[in-house]
Design a protein around this ligand. Structure first.
Ligand SMILES: Nc1ncnc2c1ncn2[C@@H]1O[C@H](COP(=O)(O)OP(=O)(O)O)[C@@H](O)[C@H]1O
Ligand SMILES: O=P(O)(O)OC[C@H](O)CO
Length: 504
C-alpha cells in the first residue's frame, strides 16, 4: 500500500461545486470547480437539481485528482462541506429525488413561518430547543413543504422509503454506494441547521418533528464532524475505497479551517452571503441580539463546541446582481477597479435585502433599497455602495456579537471568494474599526473539511498541529477616523429602516 499524502475536500456550495486536493501541510495541490443551474420557478423561490449537483460533484472530483498525477491510493481521506439547510428528499430504492432541492435562500415557506411566529410561545420554544429562529431559511419547513405537496410522500417517509438529507447527506449517500448500501448520515453542524435537532442533546427533537410533521424514519443518523462515516465505492468518482471522514456545513468548516478553536475566536466568510461565526465554547449560549446559536463542530459522539452566528443572505450575490442584471461589469473582481475610481459612494446606501434581512434583523418582509440618490450619482458610486453594504451588514452582526459576548472583537479573520478584493477588505477594517486578517489559504471552507477528515483517520494528530499550518497573507488595519466611521454607519442604520417591512 502506498503512502497517504493527500486529503480531498469536496465543497458543494450554493453556486458551484469544488474538489480540492490538499497535501499534509494543508496546502492545495490541485482543484477543480464547476457551476450548476440556479432554478427560480417563482419570485423568491430557489431550487437546484440534486442529480446535477451529484453529477458536478463527480466531475470535479475526477478532474481534481486526475491533474497533478494524484493517485487514488495516496488519498488518505475525503471530507465533505456543503451549502447548508438546502433540502433534498429522495427514494431510497432508486436514488431518485422526489422534488428539486429547495435551496436555503428559498422563501416559499414564508407564509407558514409568519403564522407560526404568531402562535403563542413558539418563538421562544424554537430558540430554546434549536438555538435558531422561525424562518424559511432552515430545512424543517422545506421538508414539510415537500411532504405536503408530493402525493403520498409523508406515508412513504414514515416507512423509511423516502430519505431526507442536506447536501452533505446526499453527497455522502451517493459516494458510499447510493441505492446499493449508501450510508445515510449527517454531522452535528448540518443537523443544527434543520430546526429538528435539539441543540442541547444533539439528537432529533420529538417536539419539533411532531410540530413540522416530519417522520424520524426519513432523517439521517447524526454523527460527529470528524468520523469515519463509510468508504467511497470503487465504481464512484474516486475509483477506490477511501474513508469519508469529515462533514461540516460550509460556514462551520471555514471556522474549523481558520483554526478558530478557542472561545472568542471569530471568522467571516465572504461568498454569496456572509457568515460570521464566533466560537463560544462548550455551552450553547443564546443570543439576545438576533444571532443564531449553532454547532461549530463536534469531534466526539454527544459533544459539541458551539458558535454564535450572524448570517447575512446577500453580499457577493449583490455583486453578481450588478454584473448579471444591471450589467455594470463583466467579472466580480472588476467591482474593485470601478469602486476605486470614486473616493466615496456619493452619499448613497444600498441595502441588498433581496430575500429579506437575515441577522440581526430577521425581517423577511424587507426588500432591497438604494437611498440618497441624486443626479450626481454614477455607476461607480453604486458599485462602491454595494461593496460598502457588505461591510455595513458585517458591522451589524459584529455589533450584535459584541453585545452578546460582552467582549469586543479584537480582529477578524476572513475568507471566501470575495476576500481577494483588497479594497473591500480595507473598507471592512475601516467600517469595523478592527484589523481584518486574510490568511494565505482563502479556501478555508474546503480546508476545514479536509482537516476534519484527516483528524478522523490519523493523518493529523491534534488541533494544535493544524493551528501551525495557518499563515497570514495580509492584515488590513483601520485607517478611517472614528468620528467619520460612526457618522457613515448612522446613515446605514437609517437606510435599513427604509428597507424594512416593505412587503405587507
Ligand atoms: N473580487 C471580488 N470582489 C467582489 N466580490 C467578489 C469578488 N470575487 C468574487 N466575488 C463574489 O464572491 C462570491 C463567490 O465567492 P464563493 O466563495 O465562491 O461563493 P459561494 O461559496 O457562496 O458560491 C460571488 O457572489 C461573487 O460575486
Ligand atoms: O454555499 P455558500 O458559501 O453560499 O454558503 C451558504 C450557507 O451555508 C447558507 O447557510
Amino acid at each position: 500500500m502506498s503512502e497517504k499524502k493527500y486529503v480531498v475536500a469536496i465543497d458543494q456550495g450554493t453556486t458551484s461545486s469544488r474538489a480540492i486536493v490538499f497535501d499534509l501541510e494543508g496546502t492545495p495541490v490541485s482543484s477543480h470547480q464547476m457551476e450548476h443551474e440556479q432554478i427560480y420557478p417563482q419570485p423568491g423561490w430557489v431550487e437546484h437539481n440534486p442529480m446535477e449537483i451529484w453529477s458536478r460533484t463527480q466531475d470535479v472530483v475526477r478532474e481534481a485528482i486526475s491533474t497533478n498525477g494524484v493517485k487514488a491510493d495516496a488519498i488518505g481521506a475525503v471530507g465533505i462541506t456543503n451549502q447548508r439547510e438546502t433540502t433534498v428528499v429522495w427514494e431510497k430504492a432508486t436514488g431518485k429525488p422526489i422534488y428539486n432541492a429547495i435551496v436555503w435562500q428559498c422563501m416559499r415557506t414564508q407564509d407558514f413561518c409568519a403564522k407560526w411566529q404568531k402562535m403563542e410561545g413558539w418563538e421562544k420554544k424554537v430558540n430554546d430547543l434549536t438555538g435558531l429562529v422561525i424562518s424559511p431559511y432552515f430545512s424543517g419547513t422545506k421538508i414539510k413543504w415537500i411532504l405536503d405537496h408530493v402525493p403520498g410522500a409523508r406515508d412513504r417517509a414514515a416507512k423509511g422509503e423516502i430519505l431526507f438529507g442536506n447536501i452533505d447527506t446526499w453527497v455522502i449517500w451517493n459516494l458510499t454506494g447510493g441505492p446499493n448500501g449508501g450510508v445515510h448520515v449527517t454531522d452535528v453542524t448540518n443537523a443544527s441547521r434543520t430546526l429538528l435537532m435539539n441543540i442541547e442533546t444533539l439528537k432529533w427533537d420529538k417536539e419539533m418533528m411532531e410540530f413540522l410533521d416530519v417522520p424520524e424514519a426519513m432523517l439521517p443518523a447524526i454523527k460527529p464532524s470528524s468520523f469515519v462515516y463509510g468508504h467511497t465505492v470503487k465504481s464512484g468518482p474516486f475509483g477506490a475505497e477511501i474513508p469519508v471522514a469529515g462533514d461540516l456545513g460550509d460556514q462551520q468548516a471555514a471556522l474549523f479551517g481558520q483554526t478558530c478553536y478557542d472561545k472568542g475566536e471569530a471568522k467571516n466568510t465572504y461568498g454569496t452571503g456572509c457568515f460570521m461565526l464566533l466560537n463560544i465554547g462548550d455551552k450553547p449560549v443564546r443570543s439576545k441580539n438576533g444571532l443564531l446559536t449553532t454547532v461549530a463542530y463536534g469531534l466526539e459522539e454527544g459533544k459539541a463546541t458551539y458558535a454564535l452566528e450572524g448570517s447575512i443572505a446577500i453580499t457577493g450575490a449583490a455583486i453578481q446582481w450588478l454584473r448579471d442584471n444591471l450589467r455594470l461589469f463583466d467579472d466580480a473582481p472588476d467591482s474593485e477597479w470601478f469602486a476605486k475610481k470614486v473616493a466615496d459612494s456619493g452619499g448613497i446606501y444600498f441595502v441588498p435585502a433581496f430575500s429579506g434581512l437575515y441577522a440581526p434583523y430577521w425581517d423577511m418582509s424587507a426588500r432591497g433599497a438604494i437611498v440618497g440618490l441624486t443626479r450626481y450619482i454614477t455607476k461607480e458610486h453604486i458599485i462602491r455602495a454595494t461593496l460598502e453594504s457588505i461591510c455595513y451588514q458585517t458591522r451589524d452582526v459584529q455589533a450584535a456579537m459584541d453585545a452578546d459576548s460582552g467582549v469586543p472583537l479584537k480582529a477578524l479573520k476572513v475568507d471566501g471568494g470575495a476576500v481577494k478584493n483588497s479594497l473591500l477588505m480595507q473598507m471592512q477594517a475601516d467600517v469595523l474599526g478592527v484589523p481584518v486578517v486574510r490568511p494565505v489559504v482563502s479556501e478555508t471552507t474546503a480546508l476545514g473539511a479536509a482537516y476534519a477528515a484527516g483528524l478522523a483517520t490519523g493523518l493529523w494528530k491534534s488541533l494544535d498541529e493544524l493551528r501551525k499550518h495557518w499563515k497570514v497573507d495580509r492584515e488590513f488595519d483601520p485607517l478611517m477616523v472614528a468620528e467619520k466611521r460612526e457618522e457613515l454607519y448612522s446613515g446605514w442604520k437609517k437606510a435599513i429602516e427604509k428597507s424594512k417591512g416593505w412587503i405587507d
